[in-house]
Design a binder for this molecule. Structure first.
Ligand SMILES: Nc1ncnc2c1ncn2[C@@H]1O[C@H](COP(=O)(O)OP(=O)(O)OP(=O)(O)O)[C@@H](O)[C@H]1O
Ligand SMILES: [Mg+2]
Length: 227
């Protein structure tokens, strides 16, 4: 479960303090798929970064599975988050010098032997339909294929929470549908998903949609939302 209580985020610009999120309170249940929509610059990525422990709020608390990550020291927070949360980024963030298998194995390489990680990585690559591209490098893959690799990589650690930032933003409709099917399949297996998108079709696949604007959450805009 994810709980944000009275969370505010500001950024320090040259001559002013920008308030991006203001006094946000939000709960995401285990197994729920929450979609986040809102205009560009409204704070969707900022909200995901908070849940990923990559950003500290100026006030309020972020709790992941009963543990307040806001109160943890930086290294403890990173260690805890690593076991709970994984992210899929809009720009994939694959490492160009590694092939598909190596990219997917990377999150666990510092912690476990390659021999242990390889079968699970191979299985995930198969699950996203890329067994035939195992030794390809990122530049040899299409955008849709790279996105699928980034999903496989995120799932390697079996995260309780999967964060997706515009996971279909760069994809054509066929690839978008593939990713949506994968997400629906994960969701059916009980995966908690928090997903930011500009695409209503993608948002509607979730259980609930919230809209962020002017630093606060608005509900119900897509007809299937409730807070
Ligand atoms: N490091 C930073 N320093 C200052 N301002 C920032 C910083 N990061 C983000 N912002 C500002 O915070 C606001 C929210 O950014 P965020 O990336 O969360 O928006 P978003 O809703 O994800 O937008 P998009 O739909 O374009 O991805 C933006 O106005 C952005 O300019
Ligand atoms: Mg964003």
């Amino acid at each position: 479960m994810i709980q944000l209580k009275n969370v505010s985020v500001t950024y320090q610009a040259l001559h002013e303090t920008l308030t991006i999120l203001q006094d946000i309170t939000l709960t995401v249940a285990s197994g729920e798929w929450l979609s986040i929509v809102g205009p560009s610059g409204s704070g969707k990525t900022t909200l995901l970064k908070l849940i990923a422990g990559a950003l500290q709020p100026v006030s309020g608390t972020v709790t992941i599975n009963e543990r307040s990550i806001t109160d943890l020291a930086h290294t403890d927070r990173q260690a805890f988050i690593r076991t709970q949360v994984a992210s899929v980024y809009q720009q994939f963030r694959l490492l160009p010098q590694f092939n598909v298998l190596e990219n997917v194995m990377l999150p666990l390489v510092p912690y476990e032997s390659r021999k242990t990680i390889r079968p699970r990585a191979t299985e995930l690559i198969d699950q996203v339909g890329l067994s035939h591209r195992m030794t390809h490098y990122p530049h040899q893959l299409s955008g849709g294929e790279q996105q699928r690799v980034s999903f496989a990589r995120a799932l390697l650690t079996e995260p309780a929470i999967l964060l997706c930032d515009e996971p279909t933003g760069n994809l054509d409709q066929a690839n978008r549908d593939n990713i949506l099917d994968l997400l629906s399949q994960l969701h059916a297996q009980g995966q908690t998903i928090v997903l930011a998108t500009h695409d209503d079709v993608v948002a509607r696949r979730g259980d609930r949609t919230i809209s962020i604007d002017n630093g606060t959450i608005h509900k119900g805009e897509l007809g299937h939302a409730s807070l």
